[in-house]
Design a protein. Structure first.
Length: 390
């Protein structure tokens, strides 16, 4: 049996993972479940899977959970406990499904312990890609991607050698505004931005999809995960979300991974790698008409893509700044404090924030993240963001 710790168990990725475990109880044992603040669902999950240790980041939620904690169950609380908690784990795999840069510490301490990491938290790789890659190599730990696009690339890469890779092709649905007239972007509402055509996700990830910042973050993540230059990573808009990504090799062959959009498939691949799990997940029906469309992204509609490439080329703390500023800007948009078009405008201005230190130091990365967030919040409060040209 594979023993698994799950950070972010109450989110959509966590729920999908537990569904796989539920149907394969003879193969997997859950040793830890962690959530930000949803203590009620966390306790339900812990009881269903007979988990003895749980963790909550939010102290108020932990206090509420403590009042109804079943006998024999151990509760851990806060970010300060992450290092000690991971050091005490007896497991084969840690799943990081936390949303946002809070996942960086989980990713680092997992790899630093020498444990394999199944990663759905793209922000930690964006913010600390150099550190995480160096730590994984030094400790002999594997990073197994769970994001559907990076899992697809990971699967396609099994078809050739690293030196034979010519290009990574990251597919994108294009989000809800792929064909919306650009001159109406100033009028995009929160409700419209939260209406993704293909996927059911949390609000932050859904807004990132609408701005296509998610794709920019995935370019940066792919660079660090697969050691491929930025100029060899290309975004391809594919509205059907059937082809989850592709790899082009230097002989001209393109290998693609196709499946119905279901996050349980990349999760199952990470859980069983290098093998494949027998599942009853939906299959593609090639007997019916199947149309697959591809095209380039519109950089005028989605300036976040260019911002991400620029940050990757700049290196250092620029990817971290991009990510932290975007999280603050998305939170402001969700609170209806700024317009949709002001999300990338905020990030662009925040990229000018000066940061010192080493991008290979966890402490410096965390301090830089704090400084960028404070600086970005100040930019929003000033209300002087440059408006995009129509």
């Amino acid at each position: 049996m594979r023993r698994i710790a799950v950070f972010g168990s109450t989110g959509s990725i966590g729920a999908s993972l537990l569904d796989i475990v539920r149907k394969n109880r003879q193969r997997y044992e859950i040793v830890l479940l962690s959530s930000n603040q949803n203590h009620k669902l966390l306790l339900e999950q812990a009881q269903e899977f007979a988990v003895e240790s749980i963790h909550l980041f939010n102290e108020d939620a932990a206090s509420a959970a403590q009042l109804v904690l079943p006998a024999g169950m151990h509760l851990h609380c806060g970010r300060d406990s992450i290092s000690t908690l991971i050091d005490s784990l007896h497991c084969d795999l840690v799943v990081n499904a936390i949303v946002g840069s809070a996942g960086l510490e989980v990713s680092f301490h997992t790899l630093n312990r020498g444990l394999n990491l199944a990663l759905a938290n793209k922000e930690s790789m964006v913010a600390g890609g150099e550190l995480l890659r160096e730590t994984a190599a030094r400790k002999g730990a594997a990073i197994l991607p769970i994001d559907s696009e990076h899992s697809a690339i990971f699967q396609c890469l099994q078809s050739g050698k690293h030196a034979e890779v010519e290009k990574l092709l990251l597919t994108s649905s294009g989000g809800p505004f792929r064909i919306r007239p650009f001159e109406t972007f100033e009028d995009i509402t929160l409700a419209e931005a939260l209406r993704h055509p293909n996927w059911s996700m949390g609000s932050k990830i859904t807004i990132d999809s609408a701005t296509m910042m998610n794709k920019g973050l995935e370019v940066i993540e792919a660079h660090y995960l697969f050691d491929i230059d930025a100029d060899s990573i290309e975004i391809v808009v594919h509205p059907q979300s059937i082809v989850h990504s592709m790899v082009q090799f230097h002989d001209g062959s393109v290998v693609a991974q196709l499946s119905p959009p279901d996050m349980r498939l990349p999760i199952a691949y990470a859980l069983e790698f290098p093998n494949r799990l027998l599942t009853n997940l939906p299959r593609l029906d090639f007997s019916s008409l199947l149309s697959l469309d591809f095209g380039p992204p519109d950089l005028r509609r989605f300036p976040s893509i260019s911002l991400a490439y620029n940050a990757l080329h700049a290196g250092g703390f620029a990817p971290l700044t991009l990510n932290a500023a975007n999280e603050v800007a998305v939170a402001a948009f969700l609170a209806e404090e700024i317009k949709f078009t002001e999300i990338p405008a905020t990030v662009e201005e925040a990229l000018g924030i000066a940061i010192t230190g080493s991008s290979l130091s966890l402490g410096d990365l965390l301090e830089a993240d704090r400084a960028v967030r404070q600086g970005t919040e100040a930019l929003i409060k000033q209300g002087t963001l440059a408006r995009p040209r129509r």
